[in-house]
Design a protein around this ligand. Structure first.
Ligand code: SF4
Length: 343
């Protein structure tokens, strides 16, 4: 691990403090000053003895911060924040406002290696993983700029399970009672469907909500939309989802982006029902968000309603997620779209 103290869990800070022969309770001050008071200078952690602060600074320890590059506001209340990451690259986070509740959709990687064909981030390719500090700092800066954040969804740029250790470290930091203390049920990880990652996630002590992007219940269509489906056929993915549910007792969220004439027929809806049999789920139907030269179009509203009705009639809780933040390219699948070259 590097020397960015913002990435350290409470236990790791305690071990560090003890390594220097200092009283363990000083780690509690360090944690609270970093994650509650948001100090960026170790000298501002005044409960630590000055000599100890100097020792830490002298040994290269520091507290990192993302650099805000841009902010854009959509008339529907959505705000997109773009940050430059130390070491290179730009990421985006989106604050969605829903009456009293504010949700932050955050990024876990610069770019993404999964290459989903309906997603602008996938077109950017993969640059690097974010550290836990860079993940939690999106929440801290969004709070400062936009007010309280009640829910966090890991659905921005990147595949969270492809950077699982840093992601789970960030979940622990966000959930900690001496930090921002966001309830574990208010934190959602979204995956394009990596069975090994899902199994590994069940091994952690903390279990945030898990959302799986299916987008199709047949392998052929899914492979066209999501190249990763060639490596992991649906049978393996569903097995991992069942195993996760058995081990954690958690209901799963299914994300299904409706694309005109690709995955939105009645037959597709019935295939989805068959695939989900035996799982406890609720389904989010997402309106597809076109970008640049994307070859797909959103399903017409009539189709969206018909699809939803088939699921609801079969007893599956189904929600239609309408497009948000489209004018600022902050909607699902659009993050990074402003950096794609038109061709
Ligand atoms: S949809 Fe998610 S997993 Fe797929 S390319 Fe986009 S960011 Fe990556």
């Amino acid at each position: 691990m590097d020397k960015d103290l913002k990435s350290y869990t409470a236990l790791e800070l305690r071990h560090l403090v003890e390594k220097y022969g200092r009283k363990p309770f000083l780690a509690d001050y360090l944690f609270a000053f970093i994650h509650q008071k948001r100090v960026l200078d170790l000298n501002a952690v005044t409960p630590l003895p000055a000599a100890f602060r100097e020792q830490l600074i002298g040994d290269g320890y520091f507290i990192s911060s993302l650099t805000l590059a841009e902010q854009h506001h959509d008339p529907d209340g959505t705000t997109k924040l773009a940050f430059d990451v130390c070491g290179g690259g730009r990421i985006e986070a989106v604050r969605l406002s829903d009456r009293e509740r504010q949700t932050l959709c955050l990024s876990t990687q610069v770019g993404c290696r999964m290459g989903c064909s309906f997603c602008a981030t996938g077109r950017l390719g993969f640059e690097r993983n974010l550290t836990a500090a860079q993940i939690v700092d999106q929440v801290y800066q969004a709070q400062q700029l936009c007010g309280p954040i009640h829910n966090v969804v890991y659905m921005g740029m990147g595949e969270p399970l492809d950077n699982l250790d840093e992601v789970m470290r960030s979940v622990e930091l966000l959930n900690h009672e001496r930090g921002v203390h966001i309830g574990i049920r208010r934190i959602t990880l979204s995956t394009c469907g990596l069975p090994e990652g899902i199994r590994k996630l069940a091994d952690f002590t903390l279990h945030p909500r898990l959302a799986v992007s299916l987008h199709s219940a047949d392998d052929r269509t899914r492979q066209e939309l999501m190249p990763i489906a060639k490596k992991y056929p649906l049978v393996r993915l569903v097995e991992a989802m069942k195993d996760y549910q058995l081990r954690t007792g958690r209901r799963l969220t299914i994300e299904y982006c409706l694309i005109r004439d690709v995955n939105d027929s009645d037959t597709h809806a019935r295939s989805l029902l068959r695939l989900l049999k035996g799982l406890s789920v609720h389904v989010n139907l997402i309106e597809m968000n076109p970008f640049g030269n994307c070859p797909f179009a959103p399903s017409p509203p009539r189709r969206v309603s018909a699809f939803a009705e088939i699921l609801t009639n079969a007893g599956i809780e189904t929600v239609i997620r309408f497009r948000r933040g489209q004018s600022i390219k902050a909607a699902c699948g659009q993050l990074g779209a402003t950096r794609l070259k038109p061709h």
